[in-house]
Design a protein around this ligand. Structure first.
Ligand SMILES: C[S@@+](CC[C@H](N)C(=O)[O-])C[C@H]1O[C@@H](n2cnc3c(N)ncnc32)[C@H](O)[C@@H]1O
Length: 196
């Protein structure tokens, strides 16, 4: 046989597929796209919001966490707080030393994830994660603060912490310094501040 093969004729299938089925399938396809779009916007939006109202999400590595806690020396009687708590890793580590640990986190996905991690470890009753902005939090009860922020929040945060923290409170900051508050100790890239 020579020449091109005969063209496929789909018309026999088309006539067995009713128009209403096409409409339903198209509507379902549209719904799937819409749901995907809503999730995409929510996901990008929440991470973007964190970027503009604080720091973007970047977890502290285990070595930095060990240095932070080594400098802050959290103890049983301390009430500790991780500001912008991400996936909750610092809160979970702090719970090995302190009876009460809090965290503030603006990103609802990370809050959800942290709550699941706390539940799995039976820590939910003494380790609390608050969804919301650190700028609205009240830090007056905390004696230990851990922080991994970003340079452009440090000036405003310094003011807030100096106004609210009790005397003797220790603040450990991973990587970034406050503009005026003099650190007591620096180790690797972690800074310890003590409220006088
Ligand atoms: C650099 S990450 C640090 C995460 C965690 N503390 C750690 O060291 O692994 C900063 C976190 O702060 C959160 N964040 C940013 N702006 C915030 C705000 N205004 N209030 C509360 N959390 C905020 C971000 O969503 C992000 O999870």
């Amino acid at each position: 046989m020579k020449g091109r093969p005969p063209a496929l004729d789909n018309s026999c299938y088309a006539q067995f597929t009713p128009r209403w089925l096409y409409s339903i399938l198209s509507a379902m396809e549209l719904a799937v796209y819409l749901v995907f779009l809503v999730f995409l916007v929510a996901f990008v939006g929440t991470f973007g919001r964190a970027f503009f109202r604080g720091a973007p999400y970047a977890p502290s590595d285990p070595r930095a966490i060990a240095t932070m806690l080594g400098l802050a020396k959290p103890a049983q009687q301390d009430v500790a707080c991780d500001i912008g708590s991400g996936d909750g890793r610092i809160m979970i580590t702090l719970a090995n030393y302190c009876e009460r640990v809090d965290g503030y986190e603006i990103n609802p996905f990370l809050v959800l994830w942290t709550r699941m991690r706390l539940r799995r470890r039976n820590l939910s009753d003494r380790v609390k994660i608050f969804r919301g902005s650190l700028w609205k939090a009240d830090f007056t009860k905390y004696s230990v603060i851990t922080l991994f922020g970003i340079p452009y929040i440090m000036k405003e945060l310094e003011k807030k912490l100096l106004q609210e923290l009790p005397k003797g409170a220790r603040v450990v900051s991973n990587r970034f310094t406050f503009p005026n508050w003099k650190h007591a100790v620096k180790k690797d890239r972690v800074y310890l501040y003590v409220k006088e």
